[in-house]
Design a protein around this ligand. Structure first.
Ligand code: AMP
Ligand code: ZN
Length: 121
């Protein structure tokens, strides 16, 4: 794991952050620069950059991440109105933080397919 990975540092409490959920495989925080009223990040505890690098506990980790996304969307009150899950991979996918994470965005209409074009803050 890189020494300077921001999500590893949040996981380890080296950067203060409100952790909304944590289980054996993943944790959830609010995105620091939200594009929607609800914008959460579901992050695996284990550091890896690409889905292809996830070899141990693949099924359990992916299931835990989707389960956390579903439960947090419900807790945020956006299950009924709908939300978007997004997982960026690599340069062309627009990935900025090289520790894989699932975006959970909702609370406003996000428009058509793709990356929401407007940030709310
Ligand atoms: P991506 O482009 O998929 O890699 O998304 C990275 C996301 O991480 C962006 O939406 C950032 O706003 C978010 N982010 C970066 N640093 C932090 C942080 N310290 N706490 C919360 N979210 C962060
Ligand atoms: Zn990391």
């Amino acid at each position: 794991m890189p020494e300077d990975c921001v999500f590893c540092m949040i996981r380890d409490g080296e950067i203060p952050s409100d952790i909304l959920h944590r289980d054996q495989y993943c944790f959830v925080i609010r995105d620091i620069n939200p594009v929607a009223p609800t914008h959460l990040l579901v992050i695996p505890l284990e550091h890896f950059e690409y889905l292809a690098e996830l070899v141990s506990d693949f099924d359990q980790t992916v299931a835990a991440m989707l389960s956390a996304a579903r439960d947090m969307a419900s807790a945020e009150g956006v299950s009924g109105s709908g939300y978007r899950l997004m997982l960026n991979q690599g340069r062309d996918g627009g990935q900025e933080v090289p520790h894989i994470h699932l975006h959970v965005m909702g609370g406003r209409h996000l428009g058509g397919f793709g990356i929401p074009s407007e940030r709310t803050s």
